[in-house]
Design a protein around this ligand. Structure first.
Ligand SMILES: Cc1ncc(COP(=O)(O)O)c(C=O)c1O
Length: 361
């Protein structure tokens, strides 16, 4: 029995994939599975997504792209964080598409002596993180068009403000993207498959789906825009088994610094998850856990391996071994937990680490 677990519901992943595939309609569906499938476990999750309708996969690093090929994933794989100093050739040889994010990256792929390689050009449209700048577009597009061994699948860009559907920045970025696309085609690139939509844009802007969409978060069942409901099922729950229940007298404190003291006599319980497991120390007293449907507040300092909850006079008889839901099924959702901590659900699902063991349903 594991004390600290993320339960990953693969049926939820399959369901979400089917929902997203239907929403994508004629657009191809690329599943973003970077960061170990948003910490859900790429080895288990990617095959499920592949079997339920994804046409392509998106990852950050070369290592993640190789991992997908090692798993036997045959769909297109696009990787967008790499440097020309790395062994990117090995990825190209495995049919992995590289994102060309700067003129230097373009020169590096053009210089490879492979017979046929595929790239997608990432164009800068406003995020100012990575992507070919507008004043470099012509140079990069022309150079790629003149390289007979390089197939350019299309262009992509990443949106900065799509999680606020009212923000006009999305339309401004898309206008820039369309300028890039027109120029690329004028300079001889066909660009058959182009994409701009992350989860928030995919779910709120059907008019921007183009030939492919590129969501990540939605596959894991979470909504990127507060208040929306697309019938997705959250796949991750973070739970721990209570290790100790003990009495505390009124006025006594608990955990380092005794920063919290019991107002009334009662019981505290220890939950074996700490900052070494990804539960940040700054979460102190910002959340509660759920045990058999009842909420108990977290109290006192969060330690490396454990934190304390207050059970009051323990009317429901919580004992060692009881399951405490930190977030997820039968508890507070990841989005709710994130809001209590002052962060976003993306970060919350990436947090469980350390002694946490993944269990798959
Ligand atoms: C380039 C790129 N595309 C798509 C995504 C997927 O975003 P989301 O999880 O919001 O769908 C990410 C993730 O941040 C990304 O970096």
């Amino acid at each position: 029995m594991n004390l600290l677990t993320t339960k990953i519901d693969l049926n939820a992943i399959a369901h979400n994939t089917r929902v997203l595939k239907q929403m994508a309609g004629s657009a191809k569906l690329m599943a973003v599975v970077k960061a170990n499938a948003y910490n859900h476990g790429i080895e288990e999750v990617a095959p499920v997504i592949a079997a339920h309708g994804a046409d392509a996969f998106g990852v950050a690093t070369l290592a993640e792209a190789h991992q997908l090929r090692d798993l036997g994933i045959e769909q297109e794989v696009l990787c967008w964080i790499w440097t020309p100093e790395q062994d990117f050739r090995a990825a190209l040889d495995r049919g992995i598409d590289l994102g060309v994010v700067s003129p230097k990256h373009a020169r590096a792929v053009i210089a490879t002596e492979a017979e046929h390689i595929r790239v997608t050009v990432k164009v800068e449209t406003g995020l100012h993180r990575s992507g070919v700048d507008e004043d470099e577009w012509a140079e990069v597009f022309s150079a790629l068009a003149a390289a007979p061994h390089v197939e350019v699948t299309g262009l992509f860009t990443h949106l900065s403000c799509a999680d606020d559907p009212a923000d006009p920045e999305t339309d401004r970025q898309v206008a820039a993207f369309r300028r890039a696309l027109a120029l690329a085609r004028e300079l001889g690139l066909e660009c058959p498959v182009n994409h701009v939509c992350n989860s928030p844009a995919f779910l709120t802007r059907a008019d921007l789906h183009m030939e492919m969409v590129r969501p990540g978060l939605a596959f894991y069942g979470l909504e990127p825009v507060d208040g929306l409901d697309h019938g997705l099922q959250p796949a991750m729950s973070w739970t721990a088994k209570v290790s100790v229940v003990k009495q505390i007298e009124a006025g006594q404190g608990t955990s380092y610094g005794l920063t919290w003291r019991a107002e009334d006599s009662g019981y505290v319980a220890v939950v074996p998850a700490g900052y070494a497991d990804g539960l940040p120390r700054f979460a102190q007293e910002k959340f509660s856990v759920t045990i058999n449907g009842v909420d108990y507040p977290q109290v006192g300092r969060i330690c490396m391996d454990q934190f304390v909850i207050f059970l009051g006079d323990n009317p429901h008889g919580v004992e060692a071994g009881a399951e405490a839901v930190i977030f997820g099924e039968n508890g507070h959702g990841a989005t709710d937990f994130a809001q209590r901590l002052g962060t976003i659900n993306y970060e919350v699902v990436c947090r469980p680490t350390g002694r946490t063991v993944r269990e798959y349903i």
